[in-house]
Design a protein around this ligand. Structure first.
Ligand code: RIB
Length: 314
């Protein structure tokens, strides 16, 4: 049995409306469908890691309402250990999501119980023996910081998906072994004064701050390993002076919600299983490409066998 992955993060009920195109500010548009899905970046990434075969312990919070019970049951159904999932007074977190015909989305979060997950809610013993501890930023920064410290003390590899990126630069970079960000998140982090100062070569010379190579150089000055997800353009990574790139498969896109979470959870499952870095990235990239072909967050996350089938087909 592989050593476990610990995920500290959010749990949301996603209320999803589809629209032909995302409305401009001030516009009123008709939706074409409405559905609810199990979501939350933390829960989605935990599900992705579990479906790729990792033993997963989830630390987070739901409210004492019907949605909280439903979302807890969904994690249990995916074989995830929820001993560290608190039920707190008040409502569960939810997300309002608009998905356009081209698969792009906009998301508005209502933190609910996620916003009430405190540092003291994290049981230090949950990190003991973990191979990897995975964090996102839909729970309070102080809680993420405490989790990073506990994971570091327990000897786990720490992975931070800095999404959404607000406040990420306040977390000590030395507590983060692997940073996973998309281009928007990377640009937000790279524009922090510290990163800019240290990436003088890449950016001060006038390089495009959204150019993947410049973003990687900026962030690699702070973080040991950086993985930059680029949607249909695949993924780029930096580890010290090393740089790498992996293309994505071209697939029809139905809904991009949860694609980054699927990538991150699958990558972490590979890391925990000791899969070589290049193969872990390849499997994670395939998993994300399968996710975008199906609507919903957790509903669209593939299993290891699905990824193996695609790999086998070349
Ligand atoms: O990354 C997608 C997720 O972001 C959704 O499931 C939504 O809940 C928000 O957390």
């Amino acid at each position: 049995m592989n050593r476990p992955v610990v995920v500290v993060g959010s749990v949301n009920l996603d209320r999803v409306q589809t629209v032909a195109t995302l409305p401009a500010p001030g516009a009123t548009v008709h939706g074409t469908s409405f559905a609810t899905f199990h979501g939350g970046k933390g829960a989605n990434q935990a599900v992705a890691a579990a479906r790729m075969g990792a033993p997963v312990h989830f630390l987070g919070a739901v409210g004492d309402d019907a949605e909280g019970a439903r979302l807890r049951a969904a994690l249990v159904a995916d074989g995830i250990d929820v001993a560290g999932l608190r039920t707190l007074d008040g409502p569960t977190g939810f997300a309002t999501i608009l998905v356009a015909d081209d698969g792009e989305n906009v998301i508005v979060l209502e933190a609910g119980a996620n916003g009430r997950l405190l540092p003291d809610h994290l049981d230090p013993s949950a990190f003991v023996g973990a191979a990897v501890a995975l964090f996102q930023l839909e729970v309070p920064l102080a809680t993420v910081r405490r989790g990073l410290e506990l994971a570091r003390a327990a000897g786990a590899t720490t992975v931070l998906n800095a999404a959404p990126p607000v406040g990420a630069d306040a977390l000590p970079a030395e507590l983060v072994d692997v940073l996973v960000v998309n281009a928007t998140e990377a640009a937000a982090l790279a524009s922090s004064a510290d990163a800019l100062m240290r990436s003088a070569d890449a950016l001060a010379s006038g390089a495009d701050a959204r150019d993947p190579a410049a973003l990687l150089d900026a962030l690699a000055a702070r973080y040991a390993t950086v993985v930059l997800t680029l949607g249909a353009d695949g993924v780029a990574w930096a580890r010290g002076a090393e740089r790498g790139r992996r293309a994505a498969r071209r697939v029809p896109v139905v809904d991009t919600t949860g694609a980054g979470d699927t990538f991150t959870g699958a990558l972490v499952a590979g890391m925990a299983a000791g899969v070589p870095w290049g193969e872990a990235l390849e499997r994670a990239t395939i998993a994300a490409s399968l996710c975008v072909g199906v609507a919903g967050a957790q509903a669209s996350i593939p299993r290891a066998a699905d990824v193996d089938r695609v790999r086998g087909a070349g």
